[in-house]
Design a protein around this ligand. Structure first.
Ligand code: URA
Length: 195
């Protein structure tokens, strides 16, 4: 994982490299049970090189705390590893350039639960695993069992809201909390099971 982060730090596969201050490969235990995937770094993440350290990060830490987990127990990353200028959504070609890094991280981490947060991450992950993506609303909170490779261990994809949703839609807090309760239930259910 450290050598992958090193390769990401010099990446020039897309135009985001021109405006970034730092790459944000992600952080957490290797391997891990839960891998959380956001959209892309914001300003604070770009400055620090660490994922989810800004406002969305504070919300995420609270959601994890509420289900009895700490940030240190989960792997946190985003679909693109460099900040899109002005926090715009990453473009299709930027996601396509960056997704091989996410693939390699998933292979190294072998998570039990893959948690794409928000529409962009869900659409990228569903595309990667060939799962139809009718709309975010239809897939949110449902469990999608997949294998990262033939004969590999089963993982569950659990799409949830992005933590930043409540910064522009405060009533979404209860839905977001429900998503993380579902994550806790999913973890409890899978932990005893043979993989
Ligand atoms: N939002 C994301 O999707 N990723 C981050 O690292 C921070 C905010």
């Amino acid at each position: 994982m450290a050598s992958l982060a090193n390769r990401i730090s010099t990446c020039r596969r897309c135009d985001l490299c021109a405006s970034r201050a730092r790459t944000v490969p992600g952080e957490g235990p290797v391997p891990c049970l839960i891998m959380l995937i956001g959209e892309g770094p914001g300003r604070k993440e770009d400055e620090s090189g660490r994922p989810f350290v800004g406002r969305a990060g504070a919300i995420l830490s609270g959601l994890l705390r509420d289900i009895g987990l700490s940030r240190e127990e989960v792997f946190i990353t985003s679909v693109v590893k460099c900040r899109p200028p002005g926090n715009r959504a990453p473009k299709r070609e930027e996601i396509a350039s960056c997704i091989p890094y996410l693939d390699q991280q998933i292979a190294l981490l072998s998570p039990l639960i893959l948690v794409p947060m928000g529409r962009i991450a869900v659409s990228a992950i569903f595309g990667r695993y060939g799962i139809p993506f009718p709309s975010f609303k239809e897939v949110r909170g449902r469990r999608y069992p997949v294998r990262d490779r033939e004969g590999g261990p089963e993982m569950v994809i659990l799409p949830v809201y992005h933590p930043a949703v409540i910064t522009h839609n405060p009533p979404a807090r209860s839905a977001l909390e429900e998503d993380f309760r579902r994550l806790a239930e999913c973890l409890d259910g899978l932990q005893g099971k043979d993989r």
